[in-house]
Ligand binder design. Structure first.
Ligand code: FMN
Length: 211
């Protein structure tokens, strides 16, 4: 089938404002768990979009590790391309796409650093090979070949042989605040349901958006 001819009808029950929790953070956690139950591959995967130094948007997939009133936490190399972009402009968005459920969620907010305690605790919970990888990979930098990366992995494996791998100073968490959040539910004939929540003096207000 040609790509232009692919057309899926979104036969879902639909969404009304009364179906959504007044607190969108609770609702986001509910949709995440429903995606997990539906067997979504990596239901915590989200596309985080940042603004590059040249003003162009940039976006990549990362894994959400916590969703709470504080925001959405993810972990990465703070010296990566995204790390530099966040340092220069902390405004960002995150997009979840749970395609089996014909659902998507968009969050906009500001990014701040997770605390050292949060970053340490999460780093300590990672498999040892991933911990070594965090030291070995100069994320987003050009490298000559795979061999170079393997050598760095070997170097750090030897360096930390027999001891716990400490968290690299350049690696840690970011928290995207939930300043606005949209819930999208696919419906037949492209007449989808969309609800956008924004916060006013700490009270959430939702409006329906045209599809
Ligand atoms: C499913 C999936 C999950 C990912 N999770 C993370 C993650 O949690 N943290 C991370 O730094 N990169 C993750 N990546 C890799 C990023 O998409 C990206 O390649 C990397 O962070 C470098 O991005 P940057 O050059 O924009 O900084 C993931 C990629 C995929 C496809």
């Amino acid at each position: 089938m040609g790509i232009a001819d692919r057309r899926l009808q979104y036969e879902t029950a639909g969404l009304d404002i009364d179906d959504l929790d007044p607190n969108p953070v609770t609702q986001l956690n509910l949709w995440y768990h429903q995606a997990e139950e539906a067997g979504a591959a990596e239901p915590n995967a989200m596309v985080v979009s940042t603004i590059g130094e040249n003003g162009f948007p940039d976006a990549r997939v990362v894994l959400a590790r916590d969703i709470s009133e504080n925001g959405i936490t993810f972990f990465t190399n703070r010296e990566s391309a995204k790390g530099a972009q966040i340092a220069a402009n902390p405004k960002a968005s995150a997009t979840f796409a749970w395609l089996q459920l014909h659902r998507s969620v968009r969050v906009r907010g500001s990014i701040s650093l997770a605390t050292d305690a949060v970053s340490d605790a999460y780093f300590a919970s990672r498999p040892r090979a991933s911990q070594i990888g965090a030291w070995a990979s100069p994320q987003s930098e050009a490298i000559g070949n795979r061999e170079q990366l393997n050598d760095l992995v070997e170097e750090y494996s030897e360096k930390f042989d027999g001891i716990d791998v400490p968290r690299p100073p350049h690696w840690g968490g970011y928290v995207l605040s939930i300043d606005s959040i949209e819930f999208w539910q696919g419906r037949p004939s492209r007449l989808h349901d969309r609800f956008l929540y924004t916060r006013h003096n700490n009270v959430w207000r939702a409006v329906r958006l045209a599809p």
